[in-house]
Write a new protein. Structure first.
Length: 163
């Protein structure tokens, strides 16, 4: 397994927060796979990060180089510049958001050699554009999943229990 897996990801939210979705295109050699799902209430940043998580979760082979291409500076820089390492070390102090997803990513990423690459969104990258199409289509779907981490956080902020 000498060649790396290329993973293109994108997230979308209508209203931010609002209905959202993620899209993923996985490319390995001549193989291609697409993933997407929509959520009833979430944020763009959560969907950007969830796309990377779902891509890693879908892989059966571990310990391979994974090149993640994202138009999210939030995701790319947190990984590439090692902000995440500091957030974990300080238990996300200072109001850092999405602890549930970052913790899940951190756990999964240990099995891979992840390198992030920032790409300009809504430009000429065909795979980023396909991910955007998958994410927005998922966000606009009729039957949407529940982003339990986000809705639990909202309930906690409001001082109510999750329904």
């Amino acid at each position: 397994m000498s060649h790396p897996l290329h993973v293109y990801t994108d997230g979308a939210a209508r209203g931010n927060p609002g209905p959202g979705g993620y899209g993923v295109v996985l490319l390995w050699g001549d193989q291609r796979r697409e993933l997407s799902a929509g959520y009833r209430l979430t944020t763009n940043n959560r969907m950007e990060l969830l796309a990377v998580i779902r891509a890693l979760e879908s892989l059966k082979t571990k310990k391979i180089p994974v090149h993640v291409f994202t138009d999210s500076k939030y995701v790319a820089d947190a990984i590439r510049l090692k902000w995440l390492d500091n957030w974990i070390r300080t238990d996300f102090k200072g109001g850092k958001k999405n602890k549930d997803l970052w913790t899940a990513y951190h756990r999964l990423a240990k099995d891979f050699q992840v390198t992030t690459h920032w790409v300009k969104g809504h430009a000429d990258n065909v795979f980023n554009n396909r991910c955007d199409e998958l994410a927005t289509t998922a966000a606009d779907a009729q039957e949407l999943l529940v982003d339990e981490g986000y809705e639990a956080m909202l309930a906690s902020e409001r001082g109510t229990s999750k329904r």
